[in-house]
Design a protein around this ligand. Structure first.
Ligand code: ATP
Ligand code: MG
Length: 581
């Protein structure tokens, strides 16, 4: 199931960034200093440069919030630039989804949508200049030979036999590479820097390779493609980027970035600054791995609600605001770490607590007959849509003689501190009457199929005139009025906190959680949800936050659980289990 720009899941358009002001991190300190000293004329220009070879994930969201956030805070601009230099792996499906996701997160690049492929002509011209200046050469060695000659940490690399080709010959060969005279891998163009450099990236890095492949934008115009490092530096300079923010793995590439800027006739001098990438517990965060999960069928697609992709999180019910809040809270630092996914869950819980209307839904229904309630009578109970937001108003929920409650809310033999229903016990039904359990009906196998209860007509308002109290309040729906629904519950996709880098050294796929998806059918929800549309988010009282899935239709409602509520009973139960052990 793909989501594209033309089919918005729900109406969250671009919105303001959350008012949780991010603290001044080391990057913002640098930018503030540069603005203060008048560097770049006080201008701030950043960019978010995804490679369109996969869907964006929550790690990219960190980078998006940083780049667009810095630009906004300093009155600058942020470009969206597709780093599309690898025709073999790139696809317009990814381009569309990336555009849609950045917009969904709430950011706006105005008319500054660019593609590295827009600069192929200029990059080629600059490269010809490098060759002319004796700073680049065509190498006939194979990729394997180049690797063998690269040397080690302790040994310098060996120079290619083709390194000292005359400029004229290099110019001629490079033009013929471009003209398509050679096969993939037959030749490359390399920068002539220093084969003895302690930095591998400076040991005559490849600048251009031959790839006879159709590019999703330039078609068959090119059969040589520039490499990431020179492309990125030149693209930044052409766009007048002032601060080129990237993740730590590019720290060792910075000398090459600077070499390209210094040696090409570029119109501006951007500065690269690295920050730690986001790693999140119980998931993986590399497009290659996420693609593998999709291809193997471990998940239903890039937008499977268990995926850390933005389309997955969105389908799961995460709001753009919660993701921006999360990004602001984790901040930006120079050291790699692993962020607890609970932080992300907290952010969405807080956001939805304020915004999501509350409804009654029963996931595992247990039939309850209220013996003293008149047959055929229906009352409308008025319930607040969201007590956190009085402006959200109220709605009417039907109440009648036969109800469903949650199986978990009844225990024949209640353990200590269990304050819900049990034989002889009285509880409040959410928003209305007190009921008392008078008995349980069982089938031949001894399973409880129905509860018999009585209600106290004097407690309609949810309290007793004689002042007696009940300890528990449980949710319910009226059997004849409730709608049928499928509810998909999600658990973590992996069983260990850091599957991509587990101490055992095992492959991350070995840690896939076989119980990460639990599909419940036959759930019952209150009738007000009849009009629910894909992307709508609600709180099922006492159960968590849920989003209507795109698979949902008028006759088959489908909900995804975004996140649970903090469930006090579950915590008590957990603590009791621990005590026993
Ligand atoms: P992956 O490693 O997941 O395949 P990538 O780095 O190859 O991602 P790009 O499309 O090149 O993906 O990334 C676009 C931008 O997002 C880059 O500037 C990159 O540094 C940044 N980015 C990617 N992953 C993360 C992450 N986990 N945390 C923060 N920023 C990230
Ligand atoms: Mg990359």
């Amino acid at each position: 199931m793909k989501t594209t720009a033309s089919e918005p899941l729900h109406p969250d358009g671009p919105g303001p960034v959350p008012d949780t002001a991010p603290p001044l991190d080391f990057i913002r300190e640098i930018v503030a200093e540069d603005v203060g000293s008048g560097k770049h004329g006080g201008r701030v220009a950043t960019r978010f440069p995804p490679e369109p070879n996969g869907y964006l994930h929550i790690g990219h969201a960190k980078s998006i919030c940083l780049n667009f956030g810095v630009a906004q805070e300093f009155g600058g601009t942020c470009n969206l630039r597709f780093d599309d230099t690898n025709p073999a792996k790139e696809d317009v499906e990814y381009v569309d989804s990336i555009i849609d996701s950045v917009r969904w997160l709430g950011f706006d690049w105005g008319d500054r949508l660019f593609h590295a492929s827009d600069y192929f002509d200029t990059i080629y011209e600059y490269t010809v200049q490098l060759i002319t200046d004796g700073k680049a050469y065509v190498d006939d060695q194979s990729a394997d030979q180049i690797r063998e000659h690269r040397g080690t940490l302790t040994e310098p690399g060996r120079e290619s036999p083709w390194r000292n080709r005359p400029v004229e010959e290099n110019l001629d060969l490079f033009a013929r590479m471009k003209a398509g005279e050679f096969a993939d891998g037959e030749k490359v163009l390399r920068a002539k820097i220093d084969m003895a450099s302690p930095n591998f990236n400076l040991r005559d890095p490849v600048l251009y390779r031959i790839r006879h492949a159709t590019h999703h934008r330039t078609g068959d115009t090119w059969c040589i493609y520039p490499m990431y490092d020179n492309t990125h530096a030149i693209s930044d300079a052409l766009e007048g980027i002032t601060h080129s923010l990237c993740t730590l793995e590019f720290e060792d590439h910075r000398p090459l970035y600077d070499w390209v800027i210094e040696n090409c006739p570029v119109p501006s001098r951007p500065r690269q600054i690295e920050f730690a990438r986001l790693n999140l517990t119980y998931t993986v965060m590399s497009k290659r791995k996420l693609l593998e999960l999709v291809q193997r069928g471990d998940v239903s697609g890039w937008d499977d609600p268990r995926m850390p992709t933005l389309v997955g999180l969105r389908r799961r019910g995460f709001t753009p605001e919660s993701i921006r809040t999360f990004a602001a809270r984790i901040g930006v630092a120079k050291r790699e770490n692993l962020v607890d996914v609970a932080l992300l869950e907290d952010a969405v819980r807080e956001d939805l607590n304020r915004r999501a209307p509350r409804v009654l839904a029963v996931l595992r229904p247990l039939r309850v007959v209220i013996e003293n309630y008149p047959e055929g009578q229906v009352e409308q109970v008025e319930l607040a849509n969201n007590p956190e937001d009085p402006s959200s108003g109220t709605r009417k929920v039907p109440f009648s003689r036969v109800l469903y409650i949650e199986q978990d809310d009844f225990r024949e033999q209640p353990p200590p501190k269990f304050h819900r229903l049990a034989p002889g016990r009285e509880v409040r039904l959410r928003g209305t009457y007190f009921i008392t359990c008078t008995g349980a009906v069982k089938d031949a196998a001894g399973c409880i199929t129905e509860l018999r209860c009585t209600y106290d007509p004097a407690t309609r308002a949810g309290s007793a005139p004689d002042g007696r109290k009940v300890k528990g309040t449980i949710h319910w729906v009226a059997a004849d009025h409730a709608l049928d629904a499928e509810v998909r519950l999600y658990d973590r996709l992996f069983t260990v906190p850091n599957p991509a880098d587990d101490k055992s050294g095992r492959d991350y796929k070995e840690f896939l959680n076989p119980a990460s998806l639990d599909v419940l059918s036959g759930c019952r929800v209150e009738p007000s949800l009849a009009a629910a549309a894909a992307g709508d988010r609600v709180q099922f009282e006492r159960l968590g936050y849920f989003a209507v899935d795109p698979d949902s239709s008028a006759d088959r409602l489908v909900f995804n659980r975004t996140v649970t509520l903090r469930d006090t009973w579950a915590r008590i139960e957990e603590a009791q289990k621990k005590e026993k052990r």
